[in-house]
Design a protein around this ligand. Sequence first.
Ligand SMILES: *Cc1c(COP(=O)(O)O)cnc(C)c1O
Length: 297
Amino acid sequence: MKLNLPSPIQTVTFENRAFYLKRDDLIHPDFSGNKARKFYYFLKRDFPQIKRIVSYGSAQSNAMYSLSVLAKMRGWDFDYYVSHLPPLLRDDPHGNYKAAIENGMRLHIGKPPESYGSETLFIAEGGAQVEAEEGIRLLAEEIVAWQKMQRIEKLSLFLPSGTGTTALYLQKSFCLLGSMNRVYTVACVKGSDDLRWQFSLLEADEALYPQVLEPLKRYRFGTPYRELYVLRQKLKMQTGVAFDLLYDPIGWQTLLAHIDSFDAPILYLHQGGLKGNESMARRYVGNGELGMRNRVW
Ligand SMILES: *Cc1c(COP(=O)(O)O)cnc(C)c1O
């Protein structure tokens, strides 16, 4: 698999402000975004004993799809455990789920087994594990090298978080590289305290943590909200770039709300996830949000 690395960086204007945009969504058509960074280690290293991947999480997850691509590439089996399969997906497979099944994923409903043999690689939900650091350090190195060429001494990095793995290892990598860059993020799945707790599972030194910004309001993850959809369309129109529907609208909304508090130019990290938009767009249609019926969640 040929990865488009380093991923390009462009300038975009949104709401009359200039931003750098790191296009990790363009790393590869089937293996992109922060999942490509987090699973880089498993793509590049030798695993002579491994015959299969086991993981778990939601049946629409970007991580599930990326793991199905990784397993197919490496000739491994892929067993994925979900607590339930939404009827909408079961009856009419689409998005990440459909693509993962087509890649040979075996779906199981229930808890993953407690132990495995040495032929199995177990991957935590969302790829929240220490092996993710390797690919994210490469991301930090790409940014630092680009900055040198552009003579930009310091950047404010912004990215929305799920497990926080990407934001954490990005800040840690900048620190270890001697860079002054600061990483800012927002919790999209749970609250800010939960996010900091997730950091602590991967890294003990709080000096290496990203700064967690508060969102304008708490959104229920994966739920359609009219204003988030509208923001995503605005981004598309003004920047020409398609963003994901789950994380990026909350990310940009938070970024704009704090826009005057940054002390260095802002680089937004595009973390991919566009295949997941298919499921999310259907939820918007189902809830009447695309028809703009005035419903509030
Ligand atoms: C997985 C994912 C995230 C969350 O990444 P974490 O490292 O878990 O914080 C954000 N955006 C997109 C598009 C993703 O696929």
